[in-house]
Unconditional design. Structure first.
Lengths: 463, 376
């Protein structure tokens, strides 16, 4: 496997998760010159991170990380066996409309051109701005899970999990299986009534519910104390986290904690697609932005497609199908197969993809992010990099700021190294709330490259 | 809700120059309306590097820049907000003896005009002011009371004060045509017409379009100027730094971030509103920055952007009365150096409106100076 195709690249894939890997394997089988770029050292993406190493060891870890993890093994194996080129440890900091990619590897920036681009950059966790969330010892659940997967890190001291969504239960189950004692699982509201109408579709969609129920059962069996209907959360501590204050059912209690893992679901990672910029829309159901694409993943920019969770959360299995669908379309667009052949090839993936997506409305409705966390109180920091509070955002609105870009100019929110990844959604929600307008009308930050860290020296070395 | 339609002046463009003109007119007792097609400071006036620089100005601009610097220094009294103006000085660095000779010559020519704000620095003096400068730099040129401010905040400060004095700002209001009717301008927009006896064209890179509606032809090229900013660095620099031999504008903000520009051009997208970056050119900018400040080599870039500015063939702005439409005034096309001039040009415009004259020389900026030249 070479790092980057030496000749012309037919399809450049950004992201080596299930979507990107499945797309690359399929496109390579169809004879396309494919190059995959990913910032990590090994293929797998978010969910199958480090899977080759884990699979090689087998053993206890594999059981800890669960069945879902195992499905990734064959995706990665097929990719390794394919003719696709693979550039690990390579950040893509730019995609231009003319399909030139800016990459950075080995301390040097470079530009590569491709005839088509597939963006498969996955999901990111929704930020959970509660009082004290910037204290050391408070993490998003996915970040904690990442450490568990890649470093085999097991936390010392009492662990509290808070929020809602399947990943929270999954992390709980993984921690339980790894022998970690969980002091409490604090569940913010889940909306059984609102979700119910979507249940039949979800039941048809596959084993999601069984999987979910299995996780919850495992957590309960382990005797993890669970508080439901949590209305308020506060991380307490001076230098670092010492305790979690939680209000539920009119009662407030204090739970000692060394690690607080927060989770409010995942949202599409649109940093790259916004920077191009592709056309985006607000998903009211998932309360996040997503690029506007057709069923083949085609965006509004010719030759640039999007697949997997970065096009809207669908889960790992849906991502793999979406990747293959996009690969068939790439082969058609580049004249390798005709439309009829594409339709035939893609039929089973399209059907499976749609089936997986049917579970989403149920999950989206069951686990909406809690309003108080989406639109936090004045004293809560929303932008961590520049230490801007929700109150400062509201002040900027009072001074005439009508959108995130003006608020950014007023407050510096979103100007730090994370480029707004951690505050964009909150800032838009707070502005929308303050002006009494829908978020869709408020918009989001204009994102500018480089969307991955690039040093002055690396850029200076660009030829 | 009905919106007022009749004003003392219609200002087209809610950038620094439009907001400054609105403030100065409101201060003089007039009631202007600012029409902005996007939102206030959407374009050059928020993308700007924010350099408050007299250093190296075209001789024609020096009198205006000298008057404007006084307004920058009294901004808090004037507007109740100083837009975070910091008078940390501006330095232009020479990397070799030839460039140093050019700078010395420049200083002499400015002195010959009767100004003494540009001062030559030798090797040692340069290092005293700019300790982090690379070993190879031989000297520089320095202006002490110059500095930088936050472009967006400067524009917002003029806007808010203007509003406090009775001016009205209409965002999302794009001008599509201008007519005259009974001694008044009738300015058509996507939100209906606005009327006033006075019209100020402060439409930035789009100024030539408004000028054409008035009957004035100006060759103006919209250009996307590129910038980049780093993550916070430990404090290493006070003055804003330029370079004699290569394009550079370089400053460390109080927060520690470093803002790098200098005039490298990106592209204006087809819609005329968005910009595309040209990274191979930004790489040159990165090289210059790292050459002059070796500490920058490992600095992480967090964002690059570009802002659209109007350029004229002689690199000077259009300021003053319309030729074809009496009662209309121009203030646009600042060629990448209109930030420092914002406070004073608004005042000039207000003077022209209220007194029909100004005591600053603006002849070099007249709208018809390109007459006969082919439009770009
Ligand atoms: C923190 C987190 C934890 C999750 N845990 C689980 C779980 O335990 N179980 C589960 O079922 N689902 C989980 N999910 C959801 C799951 O990750 C997705 O459904 C699935 O991985 C989507 O696959 P994908 O191919 O779309 O993207 P991903 O698997 O996320 O792959 C995207 C890849 O692109 C890379 N990338 C992104 N941007 C760039 C760039 N600019 N340059 C270079 N590389 C880039 C990323 O590093 C990543 O390797 C999790 C999601 C998150 C955010
Ligand atoms: C990247 C960059 C760096 C710079 N650095 C410096 C510096 O360091 N020092 C310095 O002195 N100068 C600098 N400048 C220049 C300075 O910022 C500009 O000269 C100044 O901001 C111009 O202000 P303006 O009001 O003329 O234009 P703008 O801020 O562009 O405002 C014009 C406004 O008019 C609006 N408009 C246009 N057409 C219409 C219409 N038909 N109807 C309604 N509204 C309309 C536009 O939407 C726009 O908001 C820089 C400029 C850029 C782009």
């Amino acid at each position: 496997m070479s790092a980057i195709n030496s000749g012309e690249i037919d399809l450049a894939v950004v992201g080596a998760g299930p979507a990107g890997l499945a797309a690359a394997t399929t496109a390579a089988e169809l004879g396309l010159a494919v190059s995959v770029f990913d910032e990590n050292a090994t293929p797998g993406g978010q969910i199958y991170r480090g899977i080759e190493a884990v699979a090689a060891k087998r053993g206890a870890d594999f059981a800890v990380l669960g069945d879902a993890y195992r499905a990734g093994e064959s995706i990665v194996r097929d990719f390794r066996a394919s003719k696709a080129a693979y550039a690990p440890n390579t950040g893509v900091w730019l995609v231009q409309k003319d399909r030139q990619l800016g990459i950075v590897r080995d301390g040097k920036a470079g530009m590569v051109a491709a005839r088509r681009v597939l963006i498969a950059t996955g999901a990111q966790e929704r930020p959970v701005p509660i009082p004290g969330w910037t204290l050391p010892g408070v993490m998003l659940a996915g970040a904690a899970q990442g450490l568990l997967k890649s470093a085999g890190m097991v936390p010392a001291g009492p662990v509290v999990l808070a929020g809602n969504g399947p990943l929270l239960y999954q992390l709980a189950a993984q921690l339980v299986a790894a022998g970690v004692k969980i002091a409490a699982l604090l569940e913010t509201r889940s909306e059984r009534a609102a979700a119910l109408p979507h249940l039949p579709a979800a039941l048809m969609a596959g084993n999601y519910l069984a999987k979910g129920l299995g996780l919850i059962a495992a957590v309960k069996r382990a005797g993890v104390p669970i508080r439901r209907g949590v209305t308020e959360l506060r991380a307490l501590g001076c230098e670092r986290l010492e305790a979690v204050e939680v209000a539920a059912g009119g009662r407030t209690e204090r739970i000692d904690a060394a690690l607080l893992c927060l989770h409010q679901g995942v949202v599409a990672n649109v940093q790259l697609s916004l920077a191009i910029p592709l056309k985006h829309e607000w998903s009211a159901a998932q309360r996040c932005w997503r690029p506007v694409v057709d069923q083949w993943g085609n965006s509004d920019v010719e030759g640039i497609a999007v697949a997997g969770d970065c096009a809207g959360i669908g889960g790992a299995e849906a991502a793999a199908h979406a990747g293959r669908i996009a690969a068939f379309e790439a082969a058609r667009a580049l004249g390798r197969i005709d439309a009829a052949a594409r339709d035939t090839h893609a039929a089973s993936d399209l059907a499976a993809w749609r089936r997986h997506l049917r579970a989403r409305p149920f999950l989206d409705a069951l686990y909406p992010p809690a309003q108080g966390l989406v639109v936090p109180a004045d004293d809560v920091p929303v932008c961590r990099c520049e230490e801007v509070t929700a109150g400062q955002v509201r002040d900027a609105v009072r001074q005439g700021g009508t959108g995130p870009n003006q608020v950014k100019s007023f407050t510096r929110s979103g100007m730090g190294p994370c480029q707004g990844r951690m505050c964009a959604l909150t800032v838009s929600e707070v502005i929308a709330d303050a002006l009494g307008k829908p978020v869709a009308e408020i918009g989001t930050y204009r994102i500018r490259p480089p969307i991955k860290p690039l040093t002055v020296g690396e850029l200076a070395a660009l030829e | 809700m009905t919106i007022p339609r009749d004003f003392d002046a219609v200002v087209i463009g809610g950038g620094l120059h439009g907001c400054s003109a609105a403030y100065h007119m409101a201060h003089a007792g007039l009631k202007p309306v600012v029409l902005e097609k996007n939102v206030v400071a959407r374009h050059a006036s928020s993308a700007s590097a924010g350099g408050v620089r007299r250093l190296g100005r075209d001789p024609a601009e020096i009198p205006l820049a000298m008057a404007s610097i006084e307004l920058w220094h009294s901004m808090r009294d004037m507007l109740g907000d100083d837009a975070e103006f910091r008078a940390t000085g501006q330095v232009r660095v020479a990397e070799n003896d030839q460039d140093m000779a050019k700078l010395a010559e420049r200083a002499a020519s400015v002195r010959a005009l009767g100004y003494d704000h540009e001062v030559v620095l030798d090797r040692k003096q340069l290092r005293r002011l700019v300790p982090a400068v690379s070993e190879h730099c031989v000297g520089g040129l320095y202006t002490a009371r110059d500095g930088y401010a936050f472009p967006y905040k400067a524009t917002a400060a003029f806007r808010l004060k203007a509003e406090a004095l009775g001016a009205v700002v209409e965002e999302g209001t794009g001008v599509t045509g201008v007519e005259r009717e009974a001694g008044r301008f009738v300015v058509a927009t996507n939100r209906g017409a606005f009327r006033a006896p006075v019209l100020v064209n402060a439409a930035g890179a789009w100024g030539a379009e408004i000028a054409r509606m008035l009957g004035d032809e100006v060759p103006l090229e919209p250009v996307a100027l590129m910038m980049m900013v780093s993550a916070r660095m430990p404090h290493f620099l006070d003055p804003t730094v330029g370079c004699a031999g290569r394009p550079l504008s370089f400053k460390q903000m109080r927060s520690g971030t470093v803002v790098i520009g200098g005039g490298y051009r990106g592209r204006v997208a087809a819609d005329g509103e968005l910009t595309e970056l040209e990274f191979r050119r930004l790489a040159l900018s990165a090289r210059t920055a790292a050459d002059i400040f070796p500490i920058m080599r490992d600095a992480t870039l967090v964002r690059c952007w570009a802002g659209i500015e109007g350029f004229t063939p002689d690199d000077l702005p259009i300021i003053g009365p319309s030729k074809a439409a009496p009662g209309a005034l121009h203030s646009f096309g600042f060629c990448g150096h209109g930030f420092q001039l914002g406070p004073i040009v608004g005042s000039i415009t207000a003077q022209l409106v209220t007194q029909g004259r100004t005591n600053l020389p603006i002849e070099a900026f007249r709208v018809d100076r390109f007459a006969g030249q082919a439009a770009v």
